[in-house]
Design a protein around this ligand. Structure first.
Ligand SMILES: Nc1ncnc2c1ncn2[C@@H]1O[C@H](COP(=O)(O)OP(=O)(O)O)[C@@H](O)[C@H]1O
Ligand SMILES: [Mg+2]
Length: 477
């Protein structure tokens, strides 16, 4: 957009070198957002999308260490919404959660609470303000986080893959809430997402980054009409394009010494203990759920946010105690093994990999488990496979979200376990990195492994041999 109105946000000659990196990850970038403009920011995993959002949110050089060059200008407060709904929670009740931002602005009490009600309304959360945040589903949590962002009246909404952790239906409610909020407040919006299709009707403009540089910047109509082929080559999930073929991963990188076992969960019930500010709450995550994972196949565990996919995956992996039911197949059962014996046979990649890294470098993280088990790993080949050849020396905590997920995946699988339990393994991936992750799953299954993925990704589900839909229990609480 051009015209006389001064921009609400502008990067001029912007560069960023994170602490610990030799080179800038973004150099000399110019980007302008007009008031009220809605921009979709796309691009490969690690291209710099989140960095741009953090720049506008004022986080670079303050909460995130590194060298900033050039200029970052934002007119008024910006509000940042992250990918994972649970990450942004600060309070025990939904009212206090939304009040948090306005309280930090030191607004008068009545004004704070009128904003709380207004913003909860704007995102369609019609619960009493005293409702516990622990009693919300993933989609509700994401809308709550959005209400919290809106409550500071930002002129610029920054949204970092806000629907990537959600099932389609929940994603739609969150997306609609975001679009409605942008419309009613007149805020400009900069939204990052890999699956761009559903956003295109709601944005004015599409900007695509590759290695920190803009490779496309055009209206959403022109983008789809003129850029299709070029963007597919750049790894962008263009709407309507079929998924890429899974990468042909060499069997010697993934094949276990011995074949996997069929695993049978028979009518299992799982109760989780959630720690909240007000003490421990027990919730029933699964009740009389059955599932069978066949060796030599990929099984996709699907279902809405909050249905219990991750819990089922963890239970099958022997990491989650059961209140009732049995899991049979592995001998001895995974749940009775000591950690070393379990690790030898099984690979586990959790939903939030960024919380679990143990080593100082990507290279060490990837060879850690294999090293303890005395198995040899070709780290260079693995890094290349997942597109991280340049980042072997980087700190795993200092990577983009999609990069971290790939590191966690390879760290869990490098020792070639015969059973794999992967929670949302394709979140944050562009087409190329998706093909590597999908190829790994396919090659391991072809080599006899028992592969289970909990996922919302319809392309990954299509690749699976079996889909097990986990149904949401009637909302407790
Ligand atoms: N906390 C961090 N510390 C150091 N480098 C980082 C950090 N977060 C991301 N990076 C690096 O900055 C580059 C851009 O990352 P990011 O903006 O997160 O990418 P995107 O959001 O497009 O996936 C990548 O090379 C990534 O490894
Ligand atoms: Mg990112």
């Amino acid at each position: 957009m051009t015209g006389a109105a001064p921009p609400i946000a502008r990067l001029q000659g912007f560069g960023w070198r994170p602490l610990g990196r030799k080179q800038q990850v973004i150099a000399d970038l110019d980007l302008t957002v007009a008031p009220g403009e809605r921009v979709l920011l796309a691009g490969g995993s690690g291209a710099g999308k989140s960095t741009v959002l953090r720049a506008f949110a004022g986080a670079l050089g303050t909460t995130v260490a590194g060298d900033l060059s050039g200029r970052v200008e934002v007119d008024g407060p910006a509000g940042l919404l992250l990918q994972n709904p649970a990450d942004s929670l600060v309070a025990a009740t939904i009212g206090r959660e939304v009040a948090f931002g306005p309280e930090n602005l030191s607004l008068p009490r009545e004004q704070i609470w009128s904003r709380v009600h207004e913003c909860l309304d704007a995102v369609g959360l019609r619960y009493p303000t005293a409702r516990s945040t622990a009693a919300l589903s993933g989609g509700e949590l994401q809308r709550l986080a959005l209400a919290g962002v809106l409550a500071v009246r930002p002129g610029l909404l920054l949204l970092d893959e806000p629907t990537s952790m959600l099932d389609d239906e929940t994603a739609t409610t969150v997306r609609e809430a975001i679009v409605r909020a942008a419309e009613s407040t007149g805020a400009a919006m900069l939204v990052v997402e890999h699956r761009i299709g559903p956003w295109l009707p709601h944005v004015d403009r599409v900007v695509v980054l590759e290695r920190g540089a803009v490779i496309a910047d055009t209206t959403s109509d022109a983008f789809v009409r003129t850029e299709h082929e070029r963007m597919l080559r750049a790894g962008v999930w263009m709407p309507g394009a079929v998924a890429p073929a899974p990468l042909d991963v060499p069997a010697e990188l993934v094949a276990a010494d011995s074949p996997g076992a069929d695993l049978d969960a028979d009518s299992i019930t799982v109760d989780l203990e959630l720690r909240t500010l007000r003490g421990t709450v027990r919730t029933r995550a699964l009740e009389h759920t059955s599932a069978r994972l066949a060796a030599g196949a990929i099984t996709a565990l699907t279902g809405p946010s909050g249905a219990g996919k991750s819990t089922l995956l963890a239970a099958l992996a022997g990491l989650q105690p059961l209140s009732a039911g049995t899991i049979t197949g592995a001998q001895p059962p995974f749940s009775r093994r000591r950690s070393r014996q379990l690790a030898a046979a099984s690979g586990w990649a959790p939903q939030n990999p960024e919380h679990g890294f143990l080593a100082r470098t990507v290279r060490d993280e990837i060879s850690l488990t294999a090293g303890k088990l005395g198995r040899r790993v070709d780290v260079d080949a693995l890094l290349e496979l997942i597109g991280l050849s340049d980042l072997g020396g980087a700190n795993p905590y200092q990577l983009s979200g999609g990069e971290q997920r790939r590191v966690a995946l390879v760290a869990a699988l490098a020792h070639r376990p015969a059973a794999m339990f992967l929670d949302e393994p394709t979140v944050g991936q562009d087409r190329q990195t998706w093909a590597a992750v999908a190829g790994w799953c396919a090659a391991a299954a072809a080599a006899g492994a028992t592969v289970a993925v909990a996922t919302h990704d319809t392309d990954l589900i299509a690749l699976a041999d079996t889909e097990i839909a986990v149904a949401r229990r009637q909302a407790a609480a």
